[in-house]
Ligand binder design. Sequence first.
Ligand SMILES: Nc1ncnc2c1ncn2[C@@H]1O[C@H](COP(=O)(O)OP(=O)(O)OP(=O)(O)O)[C@@H](O)[C@H]1O
Ligand SMILES: [Mg+2]
Length: 384
Amino acid sequence: MNAFQPGTEPDGAMPSASDTQSRPRHVEESSATALRPHAEDQYAEELALLAAADDRPRPPGWKLSPQAVVTYLLGDGAKITPKYVGPRRLMEVAVSTLATDRALLLLGVPGTAKTWVSEHLAAAVSGDSTLLVQGTAGTAEEAIRYGWNYARLLAEGPTAAALVPSPIMRAMRTGAIARLEELTRVPSDVQDALITILSEKTLPVPELGTEVQAVRGFNLIATANDRDRGVNELSSALRRRFNTVVLPMPASADDEVEIVARRVAQLGRALELPEVPAALEEIRRVVTIFRELRSGMTEDRRTKLKSPTGTLSTAEAISVITNGMALAAHFGDGTLHPADVASGIAGAVIKDPVSDGVVWREYLETVVRERSGWLDFYRAARDA
Ligand SMILES: Nc1ncnc2c1ncn2[C@@H]1O[C@H](COP(=O)(O)OP(=O)(O)OP(=O)(O)O)[C@@H](O)[C@H]1O
Ligand SMILES: [Mg+2]
C-alpha cells in the first residue's frame, strides 16, 4: 500500500475538487458577516496573542502548547476571555488527552457546554474547528470514512479525485482535530468504523489500493449526551479508545449567573440587539428558578419542590434571557422587565403540559408568591 503523502495530492496533480471544497467558508462568505463565526475566526486575536507569547513546547501539529490551550479556554483575567467556566482540572485532562494517542469523549447532560468546549479545543489546538461530523441515527459510514462524487466515479472510475473525504479523513491528512457530535446517536455498526481510525491511525481505501495515514496532530473529540445513554451504547472496544471527561452542571449559582451573563452579552452583540439594562437581576432570577426546580429544593433549603421533566439547562437559561432581551428591545421600553422573561421561563419549565404545568403552578404559588421582591414576576408569570 502506498500511503497518501500528507498535504499533497497522491499523484502530484492539481488539487482535486473534493479538496478545494474542504474549507468552503473562505470562498462563500466573509466571517465578518457570518451569523455565527467559527471560534478560530471570532477569537483570532486572542489565539494570535497566545501563540506569540507561548514559549512552552507544542505537541507535533499543535498551534499552541497545552498550557496555552487551557489559558485560552479559561481566560487569563486580562486579554484572554474565559470561554469555559468550570474546574481547571477538567480542561487540563481534556487537553492533555488530545496530546496522547487516545481520543477525547466529552460526556454530560444537555447544555453543559460539550459542543462549545469541543469547538474551542479544536480551534485552539488546530486553528480549525470546522472538521465536524454531526452524529444522528441516520449517520452512514461515508460520513466517517469517505464517499464518492458519483458523476466522477461514473466517468473516471474510482480515482483519488472522485473520492470525497469525510471531515475525519481531512483531519487525518492535515494532522488536525476532528469533531464528532452526539456519538451515541450514531448506529453501533457505524460507530465501529472509528475503531481502525483510532487504533491504527489509518483509514484504508480498498477501492484505490491505498490508505490515508494520520499525520501527527490528528485526534478526535466526540461528544455524547448522558440522557441518551442506552440509545446506542458505545461498544467496549470503542470506549477503550477514548478518555472520558464528564462536564458537570455549574457548581454554584454565581458560576451559572456568570456563564449566562457572559454568553447573553456576546449573543446580544452578535445579534446587534440594543443594550438592555437590568438584565443581571433577571438573569439571577432565571438561574435561581432553574436551580431550585432542578434540585427539587429552594435555595434556603427550607422547602422541597417537585422537579419538572425537562433538564432546565444553562443553555436554556441563556436563550430565555436572550429572547427576553429581544422582546424588551423591540417591543418593550428597552429595559428587561419580569414580563419579558416570564413566558420564556414557563415555556422552558413546562415541557409536558400536564405534569409540568402542575409543578410550575405549585412553585409559583408556594415559592414565588412569598418571596420578597418577586411580586412583579409572580404576576407576570401567573398571567403568562
Ligand atoms: N460551564 C460553562 N462555561 C461556559 N459556557 C457554558 C457552560 N455551560 C454551558 N455554557 C453555555 O451553554 C451553551 C450551550 O452549550 P452546548 O451547546 O455546548 O451544550 P451541550 O453540552 O453540547 O448540550 P447538548 O447535549 O444539548 O448538545 C453554550 O453557549 C455555552 O456557552
Ligand atoms: Mg451539543
